[in-house]
Design a protein around this ligand. Structure first.
Ligand SMILES: [Zn+2]
Length: 522
């Protein structure tokens, strides 16, 4: 709670500074006129003109007579804070040319992505941030210290608790990443090796993030009924928040699988009760019935996957374990909706086929077919395992934000934000446009203490999306998961146009966010 007070005082000081020191400019680098402006709060949109100087919003009430180097006429368009995506896997792209443009996010109106989620630190560690800076990036990037990466570096893939010495070394590695500007600690407790850690270990490491004012972000231990269940996982998340005194965030919140359909109400009740007790709990969500994972993680029990890929195959080949493993895989398959509901999306000869198709082709049962596919490279899959009432119930919570969990092969990487807009605002009226904009920008800035972004306000960084709502739509689907979304007319990142008149400019104005050194936090 103290953290929040300190933050709001510093934000207030920032406004005083901005109002006290700047006379109203009559010349801007960029002037956006005639647009309907949603500022990120849930107050009603209004038609005002916005002046940008350098990388900052200089005026939210610019005179239309002012001059500008670049005048953008936003008549008939909406003007919103650039969207913030708190859960991506963009680290797969951002270190290479041309992936570093992050075009699939720019074209959704996203100006900031987080990476290092699910417990996987950015490749090469914090020193690799320099590569992103020197090569340039299209969007801003915030990053997490990944628990799984750190644990593996210290203890390999061992299924046991750390020694005191190992825990100390992990603490030190979290500290290093926090000093380098990490947003906090991310975990993937469903995945190996995160699944080998108990709650106490995670609390100890989350305390390190908390000491730096960071957050805890988790792909929870169980989104379904694999072990402690989705409700047990939400309780664990909240316990970590309480005991480590850290804001906690549930990644891609969902009720996965037919065992737990209908539990969204219980999830929401747990979170609401915790928030009433003062625990800061938030979540993100993508608007698809299908999650994205790999065959092994979806179907093969964690104990079988332990230690290494070779040991997994050793267990799969062990005649003494044959029946036990296949029985558990059968129930995992049932839980996920059967062989028809798993679709291969990753690079593989089976791409585009369901597990049912593959089993038929191999002339075997789905479990043995899945094992064969895992042997052949364990491709990514889409797993159709969510129910629309749960998706909608979670979507409308005021602590839930838009997040893509973008991964290769799933259209969510290219189309999450426009699909959420279509599903929740135009097709269903589940939320107002103001609420959609808020959950896609300001809510993330508030939750992760990005005090200089997320709102269109004097003094904030000039991350601005100017969108033609008629054309703003998802185009990617499971057959064509890499089609760019349409409708973003102009996109400004740190005061530089990354999209103009619907076309990428090729500029790379993104910054690596150094969470420790935000000016507005000083
Ligand atoms: Zn995840």
């Amino acid at each position: 709670m103290l953290r929040v007070q300190v933050l709001s005082i510093s934000v207030a000081l920032l406004f005083l500074g901005a109002c006290g020191s700047t006379a109203k400019s009559d010349h801007f680098d960029i002037l956006i006129v005639n647009g309907l402006v949603y500022d990120g709060s849930v107050t009603p949109a209004r038609t005002i003109d916005i002046g940008i100087v350098g990388d900052r919003i200089d005026s939210m009430d610019a005179s239309a007579d002012a001059s500008a180097d670049l005048l953008i006429d936003a008549s008939g368009l909406i003007v919103v804070p650039g969207f913030i995506d708190p859960h991506t896997h963009a680290e797969d792209d951002l270190f290479e040319v041309p992936g570093n443009t992050n075009l699939n996010y720019l074209t959704q109106g996203v100006t900031t992505v987080f990476i290092g989620n699910d417990g996987r630190s950015i490749p090469g560690g914090p020193q690799n941030l320099e590569l992103m800076k020197s090569q340039g990036i299209g969007t801003n990037v915030g990053f997490y210290a990944g628990h799984g990466t750190i644990r593996e570096a210290v203890m390999g893939l061992e299924n046991r608790a750390p020694t005191d010495d190992e825990l100390d070394r992990m603490r030190e590695m979290v500290r290093d990443e926090m000093r380098a500007g990490a947003l906090g600690l991310s975990t993937g407790l469903f995945y190996t090796p995160g699944s080998f850690s108990d709650t106490a270990e995670v609390i100890e490491l989350a305390k390190v993030a908390a000491a730096f004012g960071g957050v805890y972000d988790s792909h929870m231990r169980d989104e379904s009924s694999y072990n402690i269940g989705i409700l047990g996982s939400v309780r664990e998340l909240i316990e970590i928040g309480e005991k480590a005194d850290v804001p906690v965030h549930a990644a891609h919140l969902k009720a996965l699988g037919r065992d737990v359909w209908g539990q969204s109400g219980d999830i929401i009740a747990l979170v609401d009760a915790a928030r009433e007790r003062g625990v800061e709990v938030t979540a993100d969500q993508y608007p698809w019935r299908a999650s994205g994972t790999r065959f092994a993680a979806a179907l093969i029990p964690a104990w079988v996957r332990a230690d290494s890929t070779e040991s997994m195959f050793g267990r799969l080949d062990n005649p003494d374990l044959h029946d036990q493993i296949r029985e558990q895989m059968e129930s995992n398959l049932w839980r996920r909706g059967g062989a028809e509901s798993l679709l291969v999306t990753g690079e593989s000869e089976w791409r585009g086929m369901t597990l049912a198709d593959i089993a038929e082709k191999m002339n075997t049962n789905p479990v043995d077919a899945a094992i064969e596919v895992v042997r052949g490279g364990n491709p990514g899959i889409a797993s159709f395992n969510m129910s629309p009432p749960d998706i909608n119930a979670i979507a409308i919570q005021d602590w839930v934000m838009t997040g893509s969990d973008g991964s290769t092969g799933h259209p969510r990487k290219y189309a999450t934000f426009p699909k959420a807009y279509r599903d929740f605002v135009t097709d269903s009226s589940l939320m107002s446009m103001e609420q959609f904009v808020h959950r896609s920008s300001a809510l993330a800035a508030d939750s992760f203490s990005l005090c200089d972004r997320g709102y269109l306000l004097d003094g904030r960084k000039a991350d601005v999306a100017i969108i033609d709502l008629e054309k703003y739509r998802p185009v990617a689907d499971f057959d064509n998961p890499t089609r760019l979304s349409t409708g973003v007319a102009h996109l400004i990142v740190n005061g530089v146009p990354a999209i103009r008149d619907g076309k990428p400019t090729g500029e790379l104005p993104g910054e690596v966010i150094d969470r420790q050194n935000l000016e507005c936090n000083q």
